[in-house]
Design a protein around this ligand. Structure first.
Ligand code: SAM
Length: 280
């Protein structure tokens, strides 16, 4: 840690404080975040503000959420000349992001997200952003490389599951750049990928009732080794015959597992379930 640059700041491993200092890399990450002068950026986890600066150079406005209150005075000095950037001390997981964005950016601003956070909250943060901030045109996020593979996974891949399905259902998912551990100070134990999720105008496929779809995806992958029929029985309290006949209607065997179905097929199943429950 560069103590002389940031006074007596003590880096907190528990908050995932691994910082990027290479200015060329930070400029590149800001470019990959797709931010333009039209955009208001919600940055999550600014650290010392190293990425905040190039983001603010490109954006109309930036709001940065930082949980560590000891970083706030440092950020205020770092961002002194970046008048369009504002720092808020808050935990992203305890913040109503939709309200925050409306309060600070107004109703009609084009919103983009950039995040570099501890890896143990990656899944929760992505899920929160997908649900709470549908107006965000894109989410650029640094994550563990293996989790990047999961976001891109398809049927039959090890990582294929709810995270991949929800990300790909709502967004076009790109691995914008691999970032080796050595690019961070201190270097974490794992390599990273900078992923960019571009929100689709509408979900990739029609899933019928969205609540049914959410329940299906979470339930169908909760017990991965169980057949889809068995998971449907548990999640939707259906009879075996009803569950099997829904799959048969789609041309699927009753022995199929959820991990073999494409997102399009899962959406079709969600539509079938939506109609099935409407009949009751
Ligand atoms: N963006 C900086 C960079 O690239 O150098 C810092 C990234 S560092 C990996 C993660 C940052 O997220 C730290 O500053 C940490 O304090 C902050 N952080 C951790 N958990 C957070 C949370 N729940 N809400 C907001 N910020 C958080």
């Amino acid at each position: 840690m560069k103590q002389k640059k940031h006074g007596s700041f003590h880096q907190k491993h528990s908050l995932g404080q691994n910082f990027i200092e290479d200015e060329a890399l930070l400029e590149e990450l800001a470019d990959l975040s797709l931010v333009t002068k039209e955009d208001c950026v919600l940055e999550i986890g600014p650290g010392f503000g190293a990425l905040t600066k190039p983001l603010s150079d490109r954006a109309k406005r930036v709001i940065s959420l930082e949980i560590d209150k000891t970083l706030i005075p440092i950020l205020n000095v770092t961002l002194e000349h970046h008048k369009n950037a504002q720092v808020i001390c808050a935990d992203v997981m305890k913040t109503n992001l939709s309200e925050l964005v409306k309060e600070h950016f107004g109703e009609n601003c084009s919103v983009r997200v950039a995040a570099n956070l501890p890896y143990y909250i990656t899944t929760d943060v992505i899920n929160k952003l997908l649900r709470e901030l549908p107006e965000a045109k894109s989410i650029a996020i640094m994550i563990q490389k293996e989790v990047g593979d999961k976001l891109l996974a398809g049927p039959g891949d090890d990582g294929y599951g709810p995270l991949a399905i929800f990300c790909q259902y709502f967004c076009e998912v790109r691995r914008a750049m691999d970032v080796p551990a050595a690019c961070f100070n201190p270097p974490p134990k794992v390599d990273s990928s900078f992923m960019v999720l571009i929100r689709r105008d509408a979900p990739a496929f029609d899933a019928g009732n969205e609540a049914v779809f959410q329940r299906l995806i979470k339930g169908a992958f909760a017990m991965r080794r169980k057949t889809l029929v068995n998971n449907l029985i548990t999640v939707f309290s259906m009879t075996r015959d009803d569950a099997a006949s829904l799959l048969e209607k789609m041309g699927l065997k009753s022995s199929v597992r959820a991990e073999a179905l494409t997102i399009e097929q899962l959406c079709e199943l969600s539509r079938e379930l939506t109609s099935f429950f409407k009949k009751d």
